[in-house]
Design a binder for this molecule. Structure first.
Ligand code: DGL
Length: 246
């Protein structure tokens, strides 16, 4: 089976990593729209337009299934992508919400969603979590983490001051922290340290892998897997980052 993985840029490699670790597919086609990243500060029409263009790419590559690693695209364009694709398309939001549901039994648990501005403005996570009966959901746009991760800053004083900037006036301790942006799993150690062990971190890459495994009864394949990388700009840089992150 040939799996497509789409992201606005390099961040989706964090999702690809989980998919590769699970060894569920033989072929992977990763496409990052590196020429136009970030999507998280753009409006809905632009995000939808760019996503449909990416879909044409995956149609040409004849993938069997497409994973939308990008939370921002999952929030705004999933339905239109599904309607226009000749193969199944999955976003990361439903998977993330399912993961929360499986790990928090108390509906009064406090949930914090951190994401790009666009994902937060869509309230896609909040609506889905409220629908599941959760009563306490806060969303916070933490877009500065995106360029920091792209710079390779995964820990240290600069990141800690961004934590202070975003979280200092947070009035509660989250029981769950949803890493609702492709880049955030790369700073999960630092986030875990900041919030403490009691806060459960939810990683969309792990969540979507689990969802696929369950929904399609997929088991580990034994053969070698093949991954192809494509980008709308500077594919060599994408490959370089893939070597570091994967
Ligand atoms: N991939 C995006 C997401 O998960 C983050 C980077 C961007 O803003 O494009 O929302």
């Amino acid at each position: 089976m040939r799996l497509g993985v789409f992201d606005s840029g390099v961040g989706g490699l964090s999702v690809l990593k989980s998919l590769l670790q699970a060894k569920l597919f033989k072929e992977y086609i990763y496409y990052g729209d590196t020429a136009r990243v970030p999507y998280g500060v753009k409006d809905k029409d632009t995000i939808v337009k760019f996503s449909l263009e990416a879909l044409d790419f995956f149609k040409e590559k004849k993938v069997d299934m497409l994973i939308i690693a990008c939370n921002t695209v999952s929030a705004y364009a999933l339905e239109i992508l599904k309607a226009n694709a000749p193969f199944p398309v999955f976003g990361v939001i439903k998977a993330g919400v399912l993961a929360v549901k499986n790990s928090l039994k108390n509906k009064k648990s406090k949930i914090l969603v951190i994401a790009t501005k666009a994902t937060v403005d869509s309230h896609a996570y909040k609506q889905a979590l409220l629908k599941e009966g959760f009563l306490w959901v806060e969303e916070k746009a933490t877009g500065l983490f995106v360029p920091m991760v792209e710079e390779g800053i995964f820990e240290g004083p600069f990141l800690n001051s961004a934590f202070e900037y975003y979280f200092n006036n947070l009035e509660f301790k989250p029981d769950a922290l949803i890493l609702a942006c492709t880049h955030f799993p790369l700073i999960s150690n630092a986030l875990q340290q900041h919030f403490g062990k009691q806060t459960k971190l939810i990683h969309s890459g792990e969540a979507i892998t689990l969802q696929l495994q369950k929904e399609f009864y997929l088991s580990q394949i034994q053969e070698n897997v093949n991954v192809e990388f494509y980008a709308s700009s500077d594919v060599e840089n994408l490959k370089k980052i893939a070597k570091l992150w994967l």
